[in-house]
Design a binder for this molecule. Structure first.
Ligand SMILES: Nc1ncnc2c1ncn2[C@@H]1O[C@H](COP(=O)(O)OP(=O)(O)OP(=O)(O)O)[C@@H](O)[C@H]1O
Ligand SMILES: [Mg+2]
Length: 150
């Protein structure tokens, strides 16, 4: 999908992210890109809450990773903004989450590009007036699951 989605409210962004959640399968890697505060965690939270009943989805800003075992899938939510070394990446045990059993949602992937697999979906968030915009880039593998991603 090359078209830009515009969300004038957080509720609109959340509703869109919930639609995206429905087409994700274990093994998918989603990059969440955009400046500070553009809604990456909000987007990830909506995906996680759509796929399972979760009390709270906290930002992995300091923990680097939070994991969720949901009804039919497990989700690893990473925030690499504060990552400082390859050793720290090893410490997260990222490889364990890339075994095909997990959906990986990765904020700030550009902080550790060499350590990450290519994404199946990239969500580029940006400020748009008082709201936000999102441009999605999907691999063919993922776009085949939803006409609106083509
Ligand atoms: N249309 C909108 N969509 C999403 N969030 C919005 C919108 N309008 C305002 N907001 C607010 O913007 C903030 C987005 O915060 P969020 O933590 O999701 O950003 P982030 O991209 O994860 O930031 P960081 O880079 O610090 O991780 C929230 O406080 C949210 O309420
Ligand atoms: Mg965040």
């Amino acid at each position: 999908m090359n078209s830009k989605q515009i969300f004038t409210s957080e509720a609109q962004l959340t509703a869109f992210a919930a639609e995206v959640a429905l087409i994700l399968v274990p093994g998918d890697v989603v990059y969440l890109c955009g400046e500070l505060g553009t809604g990456k965690t909000t987007f990830a939270r909506a995906i996680i809450q759509q796929r399972g009943s979760v009390d709270s989805v906290t930002s992995p800003t300091f923990t680097l990773i939070e994991t969720y075992h949901l009804g039919d899938v497990s989700v690893a939510h990473l925030d690499l903004y504060r990552i400082e070394s390859d050793a720290e990446m090893e410490g997260i045990g990222l490889r364990d989450y890339l075994d095909g059993d997990w959906i990986c949602l990765i904020e700030w992937p550009d902080r550790a590009p060499s350590m990450l697999p290519d994404p199946d979906l990239t969500v580029n968030l940006a400020y748009e007036g008082n709201g936000r915009s999102a441009v999605l880039i999907a691999t063919e593998r993922l776009a085949d699951r939803a006409d609106w991603l083509k």
